[in-house]
Design a protein around this ligand. Structure first.
Ligand code: EPZ
Length: 418
């Protein structure tokens, strides 16, 4: 099992090119199932998850290819109408295959994704809306078996009882070929959802967004067009927090600050300084880190749950009873016991972590547990004296393209070990 070794303390100094967004790439790659034709999707990060999704689509019969950071679609026709458990259990996001697949083919089967370390990750919001679109859903032997009789899905007026990124993406994709106009309310409006909508409209869909309402006018068919995916705001936020934690100076290229408006305001309250170099290049530095009393994770445009673990790590030496409240996932504190191994002083009550200042942190052997938690361990390792070994770094490889090379280029003593 691969590990990564970091000699701390270290300061982040230099520049990093932000990769394409993993969470925009996955639904956009999947949405190619909706249309005929071929296309190049550019700026796709070369990650374990994007490569894995390409293999799922190949297993379904699509003729797709990955060339460095370009996903090449030669044909998105599927022959095998089933996404198997061996695939789906390794990447929950594949449940978003169901919407496009069942709107193009009359029958499709997909394994129930199951939970993961951060929560139960239900799919009730997806299935309830698909049922309203005229799909018969049967759950049997750990699979969702979806079937429709009519030539087209029904368009629907639907209000999601809870905001869900995946359910919004699944249903809006299903609605692009439905019969008539669908109106979806209480939708997720993360930049990754908007990027999917922009790609679908480029391919001939008719989708409009107003606040949390998405209106989709069903099209006869879509035709694939080339597209460039947005850059990864969570990767960028992770490196910005690492810069703050180590009082470094970092220039980020291919970065769009509009995707991180609220977090950047919080970080500036904590002492971050930002200098604009060009439209997509910004320099970040922080001389003195100030404590922040309380942060709650919320759906976009609020503070992202995907930057919660990294924010906790950044505050380990500067907090004064700082509280971080996790409102999106029910079990997204698995990094806390690992951070304690560095000597961090953290307490958990319900959904709230309280951070008490710890002046000295020391390197330790720790375990990566999910993509974002793993990056919080990197930040803690850079703040600590001595050697840190991070096990199960496939979690990092799922979400951070070339993270070790990018950090090494910025002065961090980091290397992979088999
Ligand atoms: C997406 O997951 C992201 N993944 C997650 O990023 C991100 O943390 C999450 O959105 C929230 O922003 C991808 O885009 C691939 P949700 P998703 O549906 O769509 C509950 C990362 O590290 N829920 O918005 O699965 C769910 O359990 C990953 O890149 C239901 O109860 O998230 C959660 O508590 C981690 N029933 C909440 O809603 C449902 O049918 C939000 O989940 C669907 C969701």
């Amino acid at each position: 099992m691969q590990t990564v070794v970091i000699q701390g303390p270290s300061t982040l100094k230099g520049q990093i090119n932000i990769s394409g967004s993993k969470n925009a790439s996955l639904p956009i790659m999947i949405s190619t199932l909706l249309s005929k034709g071929n296309c190049f999707i550019n700026n796709i990060p070369n990650l374990r998850d994007t490569r894995f999704l390409a293999s799922i689509l190949k297993d379904l019969g699509c003729r797709v290819d990955f060339q460095k950071n370009t996903f090449v679609v030669k044909s998105s026709a599927i022959k095998k109408k089933s996404a198997d458990y061996e695939y789906v259990r390794q990447m929950r996001a594949s449940i978003v295959i169901l919407g496009p697949a069942i709107s193009r083919y009359k029958k499709f089967k997909i394994a129930l994704p199951g939970g993961c370390s951060i929560g139960t990750r239900g799919i009730d919001l997806h299935l309830d809306a698909l049922t309203k679109m005229g799909i018969k859903i049967l759950i049997k032997n750990g699979y969702v078996i979806a079937e429709r009789k009519k030539d087209k899905l029904n368009s629907i007026n639907h209000k999601f009882p809870k905001i869900s990124v995946g359910a919004t993406q699944n249903i809006l994709m299903a609605a692009t070929l439905a019969d008539g106009i669908s109106k979806l309310k209480n939708c997720a409006i993360e930049p990754e959802v908007i990027d999917l909508i922009n790609f679908l409209n480029t391919c001939g869909a008719n989708i409009k967004v107003k606040n949390r309402t998405i209106t989709i006018k069903g099209a006869e068919e879509l035709n694939l067009e080339d597209y460039k995916v947005i850059s990864d705001r969570i990767e960028a936020g992770s490196y910005i927090l690492a810069t703050m934690a180590t009082k470094g100076r970092l220039r980020l290229n291919n970065f769009n600050p509009d995707d991180l408006t609220f977090p950047l305001k919080i970080y500036q309250d904590m002492g971050l300084k930002i200098k604009k170099i060009s439209k997509s290049s910004y320099e970040f530095y922080c001389k003195k880190l100030k404590p922040i009393k309380k942060i709650s994770t919320k759906e976009f445009p609020g503070y992202p749950t995907d930057l919660q673990a990294q924010l906790i790590a950044t505050q380990l030496k500067s907090a004064i009873k700082s509280r971080v409240i996790e409102n999106i996932f029910e079990n997204r504190f698995i990094h806390i016991p690992e951070l304690r191994r560095f000597g961090a002083n953290l307490s958990i009550i319900g959904k709230t972590v309280t951070i008490h200042k710890t002046l000295n942190l020391f390197g330790a052997e720790v375990m990566a547990t999910d993509i974002r938690a793993s990056f919080s361990l990197i930040i803690a390792a850079m703040m600590s004296k001595g050697t840190t070994v991070i096990n199960r770094i496939y979690h990092l490889d799922r979400g951070y393209e070339d993270f070790d090379l990018k950090l090494k280029k910025c002065g961090v003593n980091i290397f992979r070990k088999k």
